[in-house]
Design a protein around this ligand. Structure first.
Ligand code: IDP
Ligand code: MG
Length: 137
């Protein structure tokens, strides 16, 4: 069964959206197989967002991800990577459709409420950053 990595970003945690967001994934039928609330380190974020290093928004992205605790989870199910991306909606919440998580909770691209791995290889790379004990899973 396919696994993927989701982060509920710090601003969404402070807005009290954690329960509602997890419910979306559970309602769809994905299985929550690991869950953790943590304050990210700069090293974790540098690894997680390595593809964006040097982009104009990289500094503000890391700043917002460091602004408070985030919630990391592993979700498992058929086509979990693409199902999560569909539930999350477009990167820019202005474009994200109503009914998607990003579409329903916010307006600012810098503060879209969730991250979802964009491929199976990204999921395999990202999972051990947040769940080191899953490195061999
Ligand atoms: P994704 O989260 O949909 O995979 P990516 O392009 O991987 O989108 O970007 C990672 C994160 O960086 C986004 O979720 C968003 O928070 C932020 N981001 C992406 N593009 C921009 C931008 O043009 N301005 C500001 N922030 C951005
Ligand atoms: Mg991405």
């Amino acid at each position: 069964m396919e696994k993927t990595l989701v982060l509920i970003k710090p601003k969404a945690v402070s807005r009290g959206l954690v329960g509602r967001i997890i419910k979306r994934y559970e309602d769809k039928g994905l299985n929550l197989v690991a869950l953790r609330m943590i304050k990210a380190t700069g090293d974790q974020l540098a690894m997680h967002y390595e593809e964006h290093k040097g982009k104009s928004f990289y500094g503000s992205l890391l700043e917002t991800m460091l602004s408070g605790p985030l919630v990391a989870m592993i979700l498992e199910g058929e086509d979990a990577v693409s199902v999560v991306r569909l539930l999350n909606g477009a990167t820019d919440p202005i474009q994200a459709l109503p009914g998607s998580i990003r579409g329903d909770y916010g307006l600012e691209i810098e503060h879209n409420v969730v991250h979802g791995a964009d491929s199976q290889s990204s999921a395999k790379r990202e999972i051990p950053i947040w769940f080191p004990e899953e490195a061999d899973a």
